[in-house]
Design a protein around this ligand. Structure first.
Ligand code: COA
Length: 339
């Protein structure tokens, strides 16, 4: 911002970025050995070629700590007094996983809590962690999106087992001014609980606690109406992005890059087409990672960083997932140094 430019209102800005995925890669052919599916079916219906899968015993906090440490390092290890973890696969039902992550990162004395908005978790997390910072409740926050989805997906269900992978991504959020590199906002967030059954885990909560029957019926695993979720996801992300751009007084041509939740290459193509955004401005890495839920957007941001996006570029993030929940936000690309 040069001399004479108006100073924007106080807002939250991204100051660091880091990711982590498990080393183990599972290809479509690997899955086809135990599941009635094929590489050709998975590629043509989803665009997914492989996914990273956590080894037994590796939990969400393990990936979250690695991503968090990388994000802190990229921001020159600043002091952080809030840790927000977006996840739908916490290490345990209780307590929240964020305090474990904070302690292992040496950030134990600040606030730490989880946000569960499934695949919209990272966008919701930006609103929550950004709000803590811009309101002055926290000086600086670490937001991590992390999920080990392969723990809650039924390995015997070909409708879901081929779609998901494991991973984590994190950003450091500090205070700045609107228009600064890294500035976050405005947002469009929404939800619809009436359609919650389209994507849910039937048992293991207070409605239907886990017992021998729930395990025998495999009700501790994710269930999904794929066709309807697909339809809702495309429509939901397009409407949310359009509403956000209209509220911000912007056109799709003002957007440099679209980073949509990486669920399915066909969903990404449909969203980009309906928004009228040129293909080279869309980020797609679902081929390598599958759907990593709360980690999907930061993993895509890391890919964009590696491609050398210019600081200040206007990025439109949009996500959709269980709840149903959806959210979109504009971000000015931060100056993260060389990839
Ligand atoms: N391998 C082979 N065949 C499969 C299969 C698999 N892994 N999964 C489903 N099939 C079969 C179905 O049983 C169906 O067979 P039928 O016609 O004999 O009943 C056939 O393939 C077509 O299934 P259909 O549901 O029409 O495929 P689709 O084109 O809708 O693609 C999804 C299925 C799941 C890939 C797609 O609906 C989707 O991506 N939905 C959104 C899922 C998602 O992203 N969820 C998370 C959102 S955050």
């Amino acid at each position: 911002m040069g001399a004479g430019d108006p100073v924007g209102r106080m807002t939250a800005v991204i100051q660091g970025l880091g990711t982590s995925v498990p080393a183990q890669v599972v290809t479509n052919d690997d899955l086809a050995r135990t599941l009635d599916t094929s590489d050709a079916w998975i590629r043509s219906r989803t665009g997914i070629v492989q996914r990273h899968v956590a080894e037994p015993g590796v939990a969400t906090s393990d990936l979250a700590v690695e991503a968090g440490a990388a994000a802190l390092k990229s921001a020159d290890n600043p002091e952080v007094d809030a840790v927000v973890l977006a996840t739908m696969t916490p290490d345990r039902p209780c307590p929240a996983t964020a305090p474990t992550v904070a302690t292992r990162l040496g950030l134990a004395s600040g606030m730490a809590f989880d946000v569960n908005a499934a695949c919209s978790g990272f966008v919701y997390g930006l609103a929550v962690a950004g709000g803590l910072v811009s309101s002055g409740v926290a000086e600086r926050a670490l937001l991590v999106g992390a999920d080990v989805m392969t723990r809650v997906v039924d390995p015997a269900d070909r409708n879901t087992a081929v779609l998901f992978g494991d991973g984590a991504g994190a950003v450091v959020i500090g205070r700045g001014n609107e228009g600064d590199d890294g500035a976050i906002g405005p947002f469009d967030l929404g939800g619809n609980g009436e359609l919650g059954d389209l994507l849910h885990i039937p048992a293991g909560g207070s409605r239907r606690p886990a017992d021998e029957d729930t395990v025998a019926e495999r009700d501790h695993f994710l269930r999904m109406d794929g066709k309807e979720v697909y339809r809702q996801a495309v429509a939901g992300m397009v409407v949310s992005c359009a509403r956000l751009l209209a509220a911000a007084g912007l056109d799709i041509d003002d957007v440099d890059h679209l980073v949509a939740h990486q669920a399915n290459a066909r969903i990404l193509a449909a969203v980009g087409d309906r928004l009228g955004l040129a293909e080279q401005r869309r980020v797609c890495n679902v081929d390598r990672y599958g759907n990593t839920t709360a980690a999907s957007i930061p993993l895509a941001l890391a890919d964009l960083h590696r491609q050398g996006v210019r600081p200040g570029a206007r990025i439109l993030l949009t996500a959709f997932g269980a709840g149903l929940s959806w959210g979109s936000v504009l971000v000015r690309w931060p100056d993260l140094g060389r990839p």
